[in-house]
Design a protein. Structure first.
Length: 177
């Protein structure tokens, strides 16, 4: 085999390995889980961009979707338009989304404004990181979403990007009756 052909074969093999590794990682990274039995959401508080505290408890009686994200996270940015649409579509039926960001307040505010985010966002890195750990995201991966039902019970967690069909199914399943 001549050197040029050998290099081409090596590049193709490495590209295939990379593509298969990416597919496997994507499949393993995106995980939807539910506690075997719903568990009570812990008392967690974040500081809103306005400096006022935002707690899970203040949304009791609603389906609360807590979506942890960051401005530098591509999958987070991909799903944000879906979340804006879902808040608009289901808000009157009892959905409330909140978005704690692991980021700087100025970056979060600028991006939220640019994307027309219609739900509360926070920029409280330390609190958001600690909350993710408490809620089961030991890897620290983003995005990370937690569904808390109207009774304050964690009914579903999703590590990885939410997809439209899954999001609508989860919301419809857990909206308050």
């Amino acid at each position: 085999m001549n050197p040029s052909t050998r290099k081409t074969v090596i590049v193709v093999v490495l590209a295939l390995i990379g593509a298969l590794g990416g597919l496997w990682t994507s499949h393993m990274w995106r995980s939807i889980s539910a506690p075997t039995t719903p568990t009570l959401a812990p008392a967690i508080s974040f500081n809103g961009l306005d400096g006022k505290p935002v707690t899970f408890a203040q949304y009791k009686g609603k389906l609360l979707l807590v979506n942890f994200w960051a401005t530098w996270c591509a999958p987070c940015l991909n799903e944000m338009p879906l979340l804006v649409k879902a808040q608009k579509q289901y808000g009157a039926q009892g959905l409330q989304i909140i978005g704690p960001a692991l980021d700087e307040a100025k970056d979060v505010q600028a991006l939220a404004t640019k994307l027309g985010v219609n739900y509360p966002v926070m920029a409280d890195f330390a609190s958001a990181d600690a909350a993710m750990q408490t809620l089961g995201n030991k890897q620290g991966g983003l995005p990370f979403s937690v569904f808390i039902n109207a009774e304050g019970m964690i009914v579903k967690t999703v590590l990885g990007e939410l997809h439209e069909d899954d999001l609508h199914t989860l919301i419809k399943t857990h909206l308050p009756k």
